[in-house]
Design a protein around this ligand. Sequence first.
Ligand code: SF4
Ligand code: SF4
Length: 430
Amino acid sequence: MTEPLGRLLTDLGERAVYDAVSQCSRCGYCEQACPTYAATGRESYSPRGRNQLIRLMIEGKLDDPKAVDEALSTCLLCGACRTACYAKVSVPDLVLEARRALRVETHWLVKRVTRMLVESPASLAVLLKIGYLLKRSGLSRLGRPLLRTVGLPALAAMDEGVAEVPSRLLDEELEGLRAEGEGNNWNYFAPCGPRYLFPRVGVATWKALTKLKGLGRHADNSCCGLFSYNYGELADARALAKRNIEKAESAGDEPIIGDCSSCVAFLKSYPQLFLMPSDAEWRPRAERFAARVKDVVEVYGEAVKDLPLGAAEGTVTYHDSCRALHGQGLQDQPRRTAKAVAGQSYREMPDADICCGGAGAFSFVHEGLSDEVLRRKVGNAASVQSSTILTSSTSCLIQLARGLRKYYPDAKVLHLSEFVARSLEERHGP
Ligand code: SF4
Ligand code: SF4
């Protein structure tokens, strides 16, 4: 755990944390948008309640640290409150900053993973492949009670929640695709989700981008740092950000395109990591980097006229990734794309903009609350009889697949890239 940021880049400019939280007038407009408030009805699980607790914490007036810890740890960081708030109070940033200030010790396993992402991603890939082998053989299932006994219940829940694991990682898949030709029209930023868990998404993105924009290349990137950032390991997040910025600077000026909306939103927020005077050199570099970053759903939205109408089976709907919608303001582009490809088969589901309860490791740590939010989401998808749900974040892919298996097995979830690539392939061939 490193020092808190101290200052935040808000929609109203750079602010000290206390000033940022004091922008909350306690009007309550945000309450109806908050999934954890909707699921529990508890004020301390609402944006307004969380702001109030953070403010009291800074003023030194809190006498129940356990209540604060619970209120902060149950925030999904979805950002729906920020979109709803007329004063643009950035509750997710405030919650993260308060968690850092509370100096909750990071779990040793999380610490180990964040270190490996910085120091030895190749070793992490090897460990994951061993884990996937155990999962496919059914042995990991037998190990779940042991994981719970040794204090790793989230890992057991993760094993239970993730049904599909790949036999080849994305870097192996990309080797073949890169051999077919690389160019400099775009740089593909491979986020950890597609890289380690959903290589099919990265392959689809690469193929779709090649068809729509010509040849591009792999950004040879490191992890974006979001995992480290969310768990208070700011030094690791900064180290990863610097590495990605340096890599991108040596690769021209073309766009840097990623296919996990959570990671892309974080890449766009890199300047927030470099607000200290000691980081003066890095802030403008982070700003230039962020200006080049694009979510792949933006690219599809711009290329709608080149997208062929696909032969969608059954009803198609779209679930907003929180980091696409509230983190980047991407509401129209993905829908335009989904509607262009699905045509008459597209139907909007109710509350498509409400979080699915995934939020990274949240669903494995707060299983009950996450499941309550997920059940509502799946119910909404079922209410329009959808057979395909499209989305754009790794976390949503995991969570929705889990929810569909449990509550609505007739449907499947796909990344928007997979839907677009399949349609392009039907029209133009592989
Ligand atoms: S976060 Fe915004 S909308 Fe919510 S209570 Fe505060 S000022 Fe009102
Ligand atoms: S970020 Fe999401 S879960 Fe957290 S307070 Fe805001 S709306 Fe609620």
